[in-house]
Design a protein around this ligand. Sequence first.
Ligand code: EZ4
Ligand code: CO
Length: 402
Amino acid sequence: MKITDAKIIITCPGRNFVTLKINTDQGIFGLGDATLNGMEKPVASFLESYCIPVLLGKDPRNTEDIWHYFYRGVYWKRGSVAMTALSAIDMALWDIKGKALNTPLYNLIGGKSREKVMVYAHANGRNLDDAIIQAGSEKEKGFRAIRIQSGIPGISDAYGVPKEEGFYEPAHKGLPKEEYWNTAKYLDYIPRLFEKAREAFGNEVHLLHDVHHRCTPIEAARLAKELEPFHLFWLEDPVSGELQEGLRLIRKHSSTPLAIGEVFNSVYDYTTLITEQLIDYVRMPLSHGGGISHVKKVADFAAIYHIQTGFHGATDLSPVNLAASIHINLALNNFGIQEYMPHQDIVNEVFKVNYRFENGFLTIDDTPGIGVDIDEEKAARYPYIMASLPVNRKEDGTMFYW
Ligand code: EZ4
Ligand code: CO
């Protein structure tokens, strides 16, 4: 079997998605998600100008060797752009493998450890009361787990919290918007939000919260400690994960479970976090973390240290990534939870999906491979529109993590 050609499909049904389509001499094709929010074109360009020419003629069944070719073999390794490209290649090759063997992806990576995948919803409120209302409406839809974010009085933009009703979309059209942040106000507000949430919902639902890397380790330790009485399922990205040792400080002070890794792209971002058991959930998604070949290894490595998975799954990861995530979630023994925000209806006109949400869980059918298809004619109706994630400054103007 040989790779004969490959192409990039960029489409913007409400938001940009980049899809890699790899064709073979046996008429089988595979799809991979190459979307990196706000940096779609650099990934597409790297695939087109370097990866695709290198792939031509290779046997698509050799997923392990091809993965290492683009990771070990290249001199300029890693980075979000290159790893998103490699993720898309790996995903497409596993899709081909499943189709060639006439079996769904989960059968190639261990079979089913469960029939359905627990997911968590997003509730984003303009303020505390609104956040409780939004969380209540997610609960009504059947979700068993809800991430709650809220606007903070005195902070003009809280990341990802829309000012008006509508779809969640942290990226804005055009160049990056500058947002301003005040950690003291945030730290005062959030424990009250979760106190209210437990009053409203009792212990019936799992509650989650995302800090988006905006605390120092000691600030995060205070937050994790003050949230302890409300028994969060997890606190996400409490600090930037760049300094893995920083998590030791949070761990020393609190039993609130921690989740990290949506911006990671290699197992080497995780070695200290996993071996010292400094976190409880790995979040590095298939589409940014090296695809199925690599994320499966990270998940297995985490399992040895009693760490579970909770993969990133916001709407800027395409249906191809979500479907592939469901396959791996079905297979892994140490699956924890999957992030899930439904895509807009027009996204599901372009992508034909094979998964379904019901009562707080996602299921997938047994179509061979990943099981998602793309309608290229419909994709062409929605041309690329530049959009960027915001940058974050402290109130005095200092550039800050987001
Ligand atoms: O900020 O997907 O946990 N989920 C998140 C997401 C990410 C976006 C970035 O593109 O933090 O909302
Ligand atoms: Co996050």
